[in-house]
Each structure stands twice: as structure tokens, then as C-alpha cells.
Design a protein around this ligand. Structure first.
Ligand code: ADP
Length: 541
């Protein structure tokens, strides 16, 4: 019953949630209030539900200024929905925290929370107190997580044999828009992560890995660059297009002659005097150029701009330069080239220069667009994935898909314990929770059963989204899992002809699945314990 909340679209087609406000006339408290909150949250979950899994539907999101996003990434969909209801907003936060901590499973966590809330609403209808339900769910969650730990498998990998990482990346890309470039994208994701990974310490340095994109070309032109990409070109068209053995002065201070008028009082009364001033400025700037060259630099990266005159002098004195480089890009360049950012011009010394084997300009067909590639950097681990695609939507979605795949690979490197996907892990956990419920005599068994049912809805939704009979699929597979004691069996979403997810290599990192359970349970608990929302001092009930 969603009579209290509905999805509507504003004049730009952007979805938003209307939750009818009953607070004005009749304020509800306790269980009834909790049920209202549950309805609001469920509305959000029900939008996200159809995006789950490899056959999940994409959503088109249109922002107020007309930007279009096509995605089936839960976190992205939620972050762009204009949600007014405070409780519904918690779901947005939920997928964000899953995204921040794991970078994967953002749709699943919201769907699971929606299912838990549905079960909670049913239990409230049975007359069970919300706090009691919350406690029961907590217990059930502990049982489910313990079961995940028990059934977890290890995925072997090494620098030499990354085939399992490849498979994992491919599974992750499976539900995303880039399906035609799967192999290539998976390869890029794995190579990129391995470049910045320390397999000994099981550590992946994301600081050194950037995902960048530009509209143009085809998805297949996407490439891994062993270095840094800067969305700028040389400041002067006649400066060299490429440079070997670059030594970079990385400046965040202005690179222009000091303005004398602020320091000394100057009276200009004749053309000759004006010329003198000009000459003074020029000489000063040449001095600065020489200072840079004396330090050993053969290129300048500057956060500030410089005028045409200065630009010309730089060209004349053979010092290629890039201007207006953004703060984050400057930092990336410094990290990759192991140079130091120089905030005061006087502080520039040779030890502070960044080093790179080559710097070259990248141009794009007939357009005037250019980018700079800084390769073979002092820190050889810095890499950039450069995504191409025929329009912004495709580039953005491909970037998100790659981000997910990169996170999956990173997660396995950090911790290579996995559980099987396609709902297999959820079914196994559900069986464990249900059997715990069987041991209970009191009211708590209901909450445990409710939790088990919520877990079951993941495989059911996966089946439904794949056009399969949900109840039938679930019961068959559950029976087989119990009969064969095989926790690898799940929903064959892509109709590959097998339900063995180990065979299909449909896996989810254990930490991701575990986090989903913990976060969704936590959120449900929170909603079950709220019985009034106070906004600006008014009581929404
Ligand atoms: P999320 O944003 O939560 O990762 P996805 O839309 O990527 O959501 O869907 C992930 C779910 O789909 C997981 O439960 C995963 O096990 C399942 N899944 C992914 N690929 C397959 C597949 N080929 N067959 C069956 N299930 C799959």
C-alpha cells in the first residue's frame, strides 16, 4: 500500500517523491508513524528495484538544466532524485555510504533495505513492537553475516595470473551499458588497478589512478595511459608538441612580472617613460624565465594565467608552459612526477622539479581540442584511464561502469574472499536465518523469519528483472541449495544454462555483501526507532 507516497515528475521530467502530509490535521505516533516512514522509504526502494542485476533496467535522469544521465547505478539514480522526505533521504545516504566504503553493491543495499522495511511493516501489522522487530533483525543479521563468512570462497590471483581479476571485472561490467566493450574494459580495469596496487601489502593506491573522459571517438578508443592526462594544451601554438626528459616546474604562484606600480610610485608622463616601464617588465620576466631554466626546468605547469606578452617571451626563450591548470590536476601531476608544488616563485629549486619521460599533446581529429599526456613519470605507478565515447551520456556511464569494475578488482586485492552472486549468497544466508528461527519459541522467531524473507527478495527481484518466474525460481533453487548443500546456486539471469554461480564466475566480494547486510539492517533499525520527524520545529508526525 503506497497510498501515502507516490512518485511524480516535475516539469522537466525529473522524478520526485510526494509523501502526503498527514501531520497537519492528525499527528500519528508510535507504530503508525513508523509505518508512514516505511512507506516513504519503500517508494524510493521500489524505483531502484528494477535496476538490480545484469538485466536491470537503465533509468534516464534529467536534471533541471537539461543534463541527461542514463544509468542503472543505484547510487547515481538516488543522488539525482529530488527527494523531499527526510526518511526517504536516509536511503540516499545508505547507498552513498555503501559507495564510499566499498564502491559496489549500491543498488543491492537499497533494495535489501526496502525488503527489510516491507517485512517490518508486515510484522507491525501483526502487532509486534517496532523495537522488538529491530532487535530481532539485528540478531538475524549476525546469523546471516556468520553464514556469509562460512560459505565464502577465496579467489586466487597474482601479478602473473590475473585471470580471476579479469573475470570479476567482467561480471561487474555485465550489468552496465558498455556491454559491447566488455573484454577491453575489464582488461583496462585490471591493468589499471594492478599498476597502482601493492600485492604484498594488499593495498591499492587510488590517488595514483584517475578515470578521465572526453566526448568523441568510440568506446573502443578508451585506453589506459601510463601517466597523467591534463585537459589543457601548451600556452603557445608554436611551442613543441612533445618533450622528452621533461623537468617540470609546478607553480601555484603567478608567473608574470611583478607589477611595479604597486611597489614603487611611477609617474608616466611620456611615451619614452612608458616604453621604459614596458622594458622593465620584460626584463623582469626574462629574469624569471632564466631563474626557472637555471633550476633545470624545461617546462612550466602553472595554476595561474599569463598574458600574451609573457606567453610570447616564454616561447622565444624556449620554455614551454601550460597555464590555468586546476588545483586537483596540479596535485596529480606533482604526485605522478614526484615534483613539489611551488607556491612562492623564489622557492623554486632543482630538487622541486617533477620528472617525466615524455610529455606530448594529444589532439582529437578535426577539433581544436587538445590534451597533454605526461607519461613515463618519476612515479611509474601513476595511471589514467581515458574514456572515449560518442556522447556525454555514454562517456559518463562508461566512467561509472569502469569505476565499479575498478572497485571490484580493488576489493578482491584487498580481501580475496568472495561469495557467489545471482542471489546465491542471500539464499544461503536466508536458509541459515530461517533455521535459527525454527529453534526459537518466542515472538523473536517472527522477526528472524521476516529477515529471511527479505533476503529471499534479492534473488526474486533478480529473477523478475530477468523475465523469469520469481517465486518458482526461488523455491527451486532454495530446494536445490538445501538438498545438495551447495551455496553456489543462484539465479541464472543471463540464461547461460547453469545456476552454478561458481561456474559462471558471478561473484561478489565478501566485504561488499557483508556491508550490504550490515548497512541495510542498521538503516531499518533506525527507521523502526524513529517515531516523529521534526522539521523546523514543526511536527510531521
Ligand atoms: P549493485 O549496484 O548493487 O552492484 P547491480 O545492478 O550491479 O547492482 O547488480 C548486482 C547484482 O546482480 C548482484 O546480486 C549480483 O550477484 C547479480 N549479478 C550480476 N551479474 C550476474 C549474472 N551474470 N548472473 C546472475 N546474477 C548476476
Amino acid at each position: 500500500d503506497l497510498s501515502n507516497a507516490m512518485v511524480a515528475q516535475d516539469e522537466t521530467g525529473r522524478p520526485f517523491i510526494i509523501v502526503r502530509d498527514q501531520g497537519k490535521k492528525k499527528r500519528s505516533y508510535g507504530a503508525e508513524a513508523v509505518k508512514n516512514h516505511i512507506l516513504a522509504a519503500q517508494t524510493v526502494a521500489s524505483i531502484i528495484k528494477t535496476s538490480l542485476g545484469p538485466r536491470g533496467l537503465d533509468k534516464i535522469l534529467i536534471s533541471p538544466d537539461g543534463d541527461i544521465t542514463i544509468t542503472n547505478d543505484g547510487a547515481t539514480i538516488l543522488s539525482q532524485m529530488d527527494i523531499d522526505n527526510q526518511i526517504a533521504k536516509l536511503l540516499v545516504e545508505l547507498s552513498k555510504s555503501q559507495d564510499d566504503e566499498i564502491g559496489d553493491g549500491t543498488t543491492g543495499v537499497v533494495v535489501l533495505a526496502g525488503a527489510l522495511l516491507q517485512q517490518a511493516a508486515d510484522l507491525i501489522d501483526k502487532g509486534i513492537h517496532p523495537v522488538r522487530i529491530a532487535n530481532g533483525f539485528d540478531e538475524a543479521c549476525a546469523v546471516a553475516v556468520a553464514e556469509l563468512d562460512r560459505i565464502a570462497d577465496e579467489v586466487p590471483y597474482s601479478q602473473e595470473d590475473s585471470s580471476n581479476l579479469m573475470k570479476a571485472a567482467k561480471t561487474s561490467l555485465g550489468s552496465k551499458i558498455v556491454s559491447k566493450a566488455h573484454d577491453m574494459f575489464a582488461q583496462i580495469a585490471v591493468e589499471a588497478v594492478l599498476a597502482v596496487a601493492d600485492l604484498e601489502r594488499k593495498d591499492v593506491d587510488f590517488e595514483l589512478l584517475k578515470v578521465d573522459g572526453k566526448v568523441g571517438g568510440a568506446l573502443e578508443d578508451t585506453a589506459l595511459i601510463r601517466g597523467v592526462l591534463v585537459d589543457k594544451d601548451m600556452s603557445h601554438p608554436q611551442m613543441p608538441r612533445s618533450l622528452k626528459d621533461a623537468k617540470l616546474a609546478i607553480l601555484t604562484c603567478p608567473f608574470e612580472p611583478p607589477k611595479p606600480k604597486t611597489k614603487h610610485k611611477l609617474d608616466i608622463s611620456s611615451a619614452a617613460e612608458f616604453k621604459k616601464l614596458q622594458e622593465y617588465e620584460r626584463d623582469k620576466f626574462i629574469e624569471m624565465i632564466n631563474h626557472v631554466k637555471d633550476a633545470g626546468a624545461n617546462m612550466v605547469i602553472c595554476q595561474w594565467g599569463f598574458d600574451d606578452e609573457a606567453n610570447h617571451l616564454l616561447y622565444q626563450h624556449n620554455l614551454p608552459a601550460v597555464r590555468w591548470v586546476g588545483g586537483p590536476e596540479i596535485e596529480t601531476i606533482a604526485i605522478a612526477t614526484q615534483g613539489r608544488i611551488v607556491p612562492r616563485f623564489e622557492d623554486l629549486t632543482s630538487e622541486k622539479l617533477g620528472k617525466a619521460g615524455t610529455i606530448r599533446e594529444l589532439s582529437f581529429g578535426t577539433t581544436r581540442d587538445k590534451m597533454l599526456v605526461i607519461e613515463d613519470c618519476a612515479n611509474p605507478r601513476a595511471v589514467t584511464v581515458f574514456v572515449r565515447g560518442s556522447n556525454k551520456m555514454i562517456v559518463d556511464e562508461a566512467k561509472r561502469a569502469l569505476h565499479d569494475a575498478i572497485c571490484v578488482v580493488r576489493n578482491i586485492i584487498r580481501d580475496n574472499r568472495i561469495v557467489y552472486g545471482g542471489g546465491a549468497a542471500e539464499i544461503a544466508a536466508s536458509i541459515a536465518v530461517a533455521s535459527e528461527a525454527d529453534k526459537r519459541k518466542g515472538i523473536d522467531q517472527y522477526a528472524l523469519r521476516g529477515f529471511a524473507n527479505a533476503l529471499d527478495s534479492i534473488p526474486m527481484i533478480l529473477a523478475e528483472n530477468s523475465g523469469l518466474d520469481a517465486i518458482n525460481s526461488l523455491t527451486t533453487i532454495k530446494a536445490r541449495q538445501i538438498m545438495d548443500s551447495n551455496s553456489h546456486l543462484g539465479i541464472d539471469c543471463l540464461e547461460k544454462g547453469s545456476n552454478d554461480m561458481k561456474e559462471l564466475f558471478v561473484i561478489d566480494p565478501l566485504i561488499s555483501k557483508r556491508q550490504q547486510l550490515l548497512l541495510a539492517t542498521q538503516l531499518t533499525r533506525m527507521i523502526l526507532k524513529i517515531n516523529a520527524v521534526i522539521v523546523n520545529g514543526s511536527d510531521e508526525g
